[in-house]
Design a protein around this ligand. Structure first.
Ligand code: GDP
Ligand code: GDP
Length: 435
């Protein structure tokens, strides 16, 4: 499951996010013609010549009010920790700057391959004028143009060539899960609590060349792997508590997990950032469990749990499938219930339903609730078939995809949930026109 990670570093305005958007699978981030544009997506899936990897734009991680050089240094450090290969981006327009030299000196110390790319080499003459950059001491510079899209193929060839050799994948039946949430919700405490309950720690699996350490344990005969335990427990970096960095960490952990525990702090209540983090897990299609931590610290009466549950359901409507657990990492209350629940959600996430069973459910649903009509035309759902699991994904063959409204898709999803155990997993229905 671990894909190589590539980080793009460089001072502001050299074109990091432009290049990021070129390479990342979908174009989302907005690039404006001014420095310091807002970016949301720092971490994206990418692919070159069939080789999948994850891409990080470190430029999006900013530390409030810190001077420029501190920001650049922090970004380079993050790249050195997170990435398997670092792309150091400079700009042909400005030539070699002091900040570039500073970053280069840091990257010498990185125990990681560094590839130097010179952006804004927009035409053939400019592509010839990149020799100055040899002075950075990082080998051959690759001329690229983020705006034109030129040179990226050669750059990516060089990047992919530096990927670590595939590990003899610990391809057992271990369930990989992660613990995400904003700073201070208790991620680290919960990981420690889980591992404290589960004395049979099998091993720590070193990440590829990254700083990530995944921790394995077994519970009731089932192997589990907590993704990136080291990253969760690590402390004391200046960027540690920036929102962008915690989002980056969350995204990277989600990518590698089958099940994600979204942690909420019962004491502090639900915050905007909780929704953001939970949304990432949902969008990635992972199994999700909502964990309300610090339940020991809440003044409770008989209605407390119900009230908090209602609030979660109201605030995280898209996560209506996620089970909610109230626990305390501090007192270990209910921590021991987690492995069995994670296992159940992982199974539901991988559940496969045969077409005949599926169509029995569909027939019943259509018989009791007529399909909707629009402009005198009635939706007809001919049959459904599961094309994928993790998350379960169904194609519904219909007479007209435009008649398949969101509300009817939701109705079908609810029928599936009523018929089968899909708790904890999103369900995807893809309408397709039958020719
Ligand atoms: P970042 O701060 O490093 O992420 O830089 P951006 O991607 O936001 O780009 C900064 C500016 O440089 C924007 O105005 C881009 O349009 C411009 N830019 C990016 N790539 C190129 C390029 O290849 N050629 C030229 N001429 N401009 C570029
Ligand atoms: P992280 O930043 O999400 O990893 O959070 P930590 O695990 O470092 O916890 C942040 C703070 O919350 C620490 O002071 C913990 O002692 C405290 N904390 C964590 N879990 C609990 C809990 O279940 N109950 C209480 N009362 N405090 C907790």
């Amino acid at each position: 499951m671990a894909k190589p990670v590539v980080a793009i570093v460089g001072r502001p305005n050299v074109g990091k996010s432009t290049i990021f958007n070129r390479i990342a699978k979908k174009r989302i981030a907005i690039v404006e013609d001014q420095p310091g544009v807002t970016r949301d997506r720092l971490y994206a899936p990418a692919e070159w010549l069939g080789q999948e990897f994850s891409l990080i734009d470190t430029g999006g991680i900013d530390i409030d009010d810190a001077p420029l050089m501190t920001q650049i240094v922090a970004q380079a450090q993050i790249a050195m920790e997170e990435a398997d290969v670092i792309v150091f981006l400079v700009s042909n327009q400005e030539g070699v700057t002091e900040a570039d030299e500073h970053v280069a000196r840091m990257l010498y110390k990185a125990d990681k391959p560094v590839i130097l790319a010179v952006n804004k080499a927009d035409n053939p003459e400019q592509r010839q004028e990149i020799y100055d950059f040899y002075s950075l001491g990082l080998g051959d510079p690759y001329p690229v143009s983020g705006v034109q899209g030129t040179g990226l193929g050669d750059l990516l060839d060089a990047v992919v060539a530096k990927f670590p050799a595939k590990q003899a994948d610990a391809n057992d039946d271990s369930i990989e899960f992660s613990v995400i949430g904003r700073p201070n919700v208790g991620k680290s405490s919960l990981v420690n609590a889980i591992l404290g309950e589960e004395r049979v720690i099998v091993s720590n699996i070193e990440g590829t060349t990254r700083d990530a350490i995944d921790t394995r344990f077994t519970d009731d005969g089932q192997a589990f792997t907590i993704i990136d335990t080291a990253g969760i427990r690590k402390r004391g970096k200046i960027w540690e508590n920036t929102e962008k960095y915690s989002v980056l960490r969350a995204q990277s952990a989600i990518e590698r997990s089958a099940v994600v525990l979204v942690l909420i702090d019962a004491e502090a209540g639900i915050r905007e950032q909780d929704k953001h983090v939970a949304g990432l897990a949902h969008e990635a299609g992972r199994g999700v469990i909502i964990v309300v931590n610090k339940w020991d610290a809440v003044h409770k009466d008989t209605h407390s749990m119900k009230k908090f549950t209602d609030e979660i359901r109201g605030q995280f409507q898209y996560l209506d499938y996620a089970p909610i657990v109230f626990l305390s990492a501090k007192t270990h209350q209910r921590v021991s219930t987690l492995p069995a629940l994670i296992k159940k959600v992982a199974e539901n996430h991988e559940r496969r339903i045969t077409s005949s069973t599926l169509n029995d459910v569909l027939l019943k649903a259509v018989a009791t609730t007529p399909t909707p009509t629009s402009n005198g035309k009635r939706l007809r759902v001919y049959y459904m078939t599961q094309v994928k699991s993790g998350p379960p994904t169904f194609v519904a063959f219909v007479n007209n995809v435009d008649l398949m409204h969101f509300s009817y898709q939701r109705f079908l999803v609810n029928q599936l949930r009523a018929a089968f155990d899909f708790s904890g997993t999103p369900i995807v229905i893809v309408p397709r026109q039958r020719k």
